[in-house]
Design a protein around this ligand. Structure first.
Ligand SMILES: Nc1nc2c(ncn2[C@@H]2O[C@H](COP(=O)(O)OP(=O)(O)OP(=O)(O)O)[C@@H](O)[C@H]2O)c(=O)[nH]1
Ligand SMILES: [Mg+2]
Length: 322
């Protein structure tokens, strides 16, 4: 299913209920005084951030985003019930623009809620107008109209984690294994030419083209794509165990990344993932891990052919993101 990242909907807040003209009837006294209640307020329209990047697709074709109207006032000063608010759940990273007013609202975090359209105020019943000079007021005020507008929704995805590493390190394969994405895989360098995204449990992973030594001086492809992962919480640095020199591979790419935009990535948390573990035996892998450990670098080992390892890796990533 293709990602829907733009959508325009029509939304309407509830109207306020009307205030009413009513009279108190007492025994032997037909009009014992004004008793019309106030109308209830109309419900508001809110937007709320949710971790589900596929929500917009589900709203396509759905026409009604309406909050409830307030009820009109009643007898004996009884106020009308206020209308319920309507909350529109949208993916975190959504920017909502009120087309009529140009006002913009952005949802940055999970569960964040913003008031977008205000419901109409309930009107006043005739009891409100009672005074020493007007003991039988016949006026009342109708409820105000709720705001309505076209809302333009734009999804600006913010990746939570970014896959980096040399070409052919297995980044796209891992994205697919972790998220069920369908990024192109190839047994050659620079298979990935544009960033790929995948999502699970609402967390977004970004896969970018491979980096090579000299990337910061313009070699290869991946460097300019680093901006896509500059806002992630964690970098997933993939190092292939097929390589004869995993540690050197890691260090050269690490150094290139540190040169990106005055070192914005230098202090970002990084998880070092040794990929393609099925291509080496356990003792060779242990020796390679030890080389990293000697430099204080913790590693995780994974093969996309091993479901249990993929699952364990995902749990580790989630524990950082949550
Ligand atoms: N045996 C084995 N092969 C793997 C594994 N993961 C990836 N590969 C292979 O490694 C090659 C490269 O995989 P990709 O996922 O395209 O690598 P990449 O890092 O995205 O490469 P670029 O997009 O060129 O940077 C492909 O032939 C994959 O089939 C693994 O766990 N085990
Ligand atoms: Mg790739």
């Amino acid at each position: 299913m293709a990602l829907v990242d733009e959508l325009t909907i029509f939304a309407k807040a509830g109207n306020g209920g009307d205030g009413v003209v009513r009279w108190l009837h007492l025994k032997g006294q037909e009009y014992a005084g004004p008793a019309g209640g106030n109308g209830g307020n109309g419900g508001d329209i809110y937007i709320r951030g949710v971790r589900d990047i596929n929500l917009l697709a589900r709203y396509r074709g759905e026409k009604k985003f309406e909050a409830e109207n307030g009820e009109e006032g009643g007898n004996r000063l009884k106020g009308g019930r206020s209308g319920d608010d309507h909350i529109i759940d949208l993916p975190v990273g959504s920017v909502v623009k009120n087309v009529a007013t140009g006002e913009e609202f952005e949802l940055i975090t999970d569960n964040e809620q913003k008031l977008v359209l205000k419901g109409g105020r309930g009107g006043a019943g005739n009891a409100v107008f009672k005074s020493s000079v007007n003991r039988s007021p016949t006026e009342s005020i109708p409820g105000g109209r709720g705001e309505s507008a076209e809302l333009r929704i734009e999804l600006r995805l913010i990746a939570d984690a970014g896959l980096v590493g040399l070409p052919n390190a297995g980044k796209s394969s891992l994205l697919n294994a972790l998220t069920g994405a369908s990024a192109k895989i190839g047994s050659y360098a620079f298979t990935t030419l544009d960033p790929n995204l995948g999502a699970v449990y609402g967390f977004v992973l970004a896969d970018i083209p491979g980096l090579i030594e000299g990337a910061s001086e313009g070699k290869g492809l991946g460097f300019k794509f680093l901006r896509h992962i500059a806002r992630t919480k964690i970098l997933l640095h993939c190092v292939s165990l097929e390589s004869e020199t995993p540690l050197a591979d890691y260090l050269s790419i690490h150094e290139e990344m540190n040169k990106f935009e005055q070192g914005v990535l230098a202090h970002k948390p990084e998880m070092v993932i040794l990929t393609k573990s099925d291509t080496r035996d356990a003792s060779a892998i242990a020796a390679i891990s030890a080389q990293f450990a000697a430099r204080g670098i913790e590693t995780v080992t994974v093969s996309i052919l091993d479901d249990a390892q993929v699952k364990a890796l995902w749990d580790r990533i989630l524990s950082v993101l949550r």
